[in-house]
Design a protein around this ligand. Structure first.
Ligand code: 6GU
Length: 261
């Protein structure tokens, strides 16, 4: 996969040289380049922003440097590269989106700063890219760079060969719509706390059931919104019994929280 990141702070992306993603680049699994938006300006001051039309606080990123930068890094328009625009006003980034983006031949990340990029850039770019404004969650960052670090890691680890044991992608949080079960390692007794006995039983069916129950309990506690999004076909008899105990009715539409008595 090819990834291009455009930013006025290319140094912010230095962590992408480390760890799993850095290794994937070294191994030739990921062709990732970071570009300085200011190198696409033509004025002496290398200006990238200006005041907003209509007034208001802050500055807006000018269209000309962005168009030059995106035209330069955009690759093959016929291949419809994906242009990801990190923004708190975007669609929510999810594990499902990470899997979808991992299939694209090229991702271009346009890191905005200030109040954002002139909207006409996104309209123009739609002729060359599949344009996706994307948000990590409902809070505000100063710019897209930190969000790009998160998204490149989430997508990059799904590329073939990047994660050593692909089995580890199967059992992790969100892969089945639930949070991950708790994990334990040696020693089996630590500061008066023993690990759950079933994990020492060698009974794989029992262990799988224990872990599934823990996933359901933890998800109901921390992310009840995810419980209500579970497909009823994905729930077996034991799942349904536990969800009933946790205060959910499971009907054809999936689990719904019962009104408090
Ligand atoms: Cl993707 N960008 C910015 N600037 N702020 C955010 C965000 C992204 N996601 C949440 N807050």
């Amino acid at each position: 996969m090819r990834i291009d990141v455009v930013s006025i702070f290319p140094e912010y992306l230095a962590p992408l040289e480390l760890s799993l993603i850095g290794k994937a680049r070294q191994d030739g699994l990921l062709d990732l380049k970071v570009h300085d938006l200011r190198s696409f300006t033509t004025d002496r001051h290398r200006t990238v922003d200006d005041t907003p039309y209509g007034g208001g606080a802050g500055m807006v990123m000018k269209p000309e440097p962005w168009a030059e930068a995106l035209a330069a890094v955009g690759g093959d328009a016929a291949a419809r590269p994906v242009l990801i625009v990190p923004s708190p006003a975007g669609e929510r980034f999810t594990q499902a989106m990470a899997y979808e983006l991992a299939e694209a031949p090229q991702l271009v990340f346009a890191c905005g700063r200030y109040e954002g990029i002139d909207e006409r850039v996104l309209e123009w770019a739609a002729g060359h890219f599949d344009v996706r404004p994307v948000s990590l969650g409902d809070y505000v960052l100063n710019g897209g760079e930190v969000a790009v670090l998160a998204m490149v890691e989430a997508v990059g680890r799904l590329l073939p060969g990047v994660v050593g044991n692909p089995e580890s992608l199967v059992e992790e949080s969100h892969s089945d719509g639930l949070l991950e079960y708790p994990v334990y390692t040696k020693p089996s007794s630590w500061r008066g706390r023993d690990i759950p006995e079933v994990l020492l039983s060698g009974n794989h069916a029992k262990i799988a059931r224990f872990r599934r129950d823990e996933q359901l309990r933890r998800t109901a506690d921390r992310r009840p919104d995810l419980i209500e999004r579970l497909a009823p076909e994905s729930l077996d008899k034991a799942d349904r019994a536990l969800l009933d105990e946790l205060g959910y009715d499971v009907a054809d539409g999936g689990p719904r929280r019962r009104a408090e008595a």
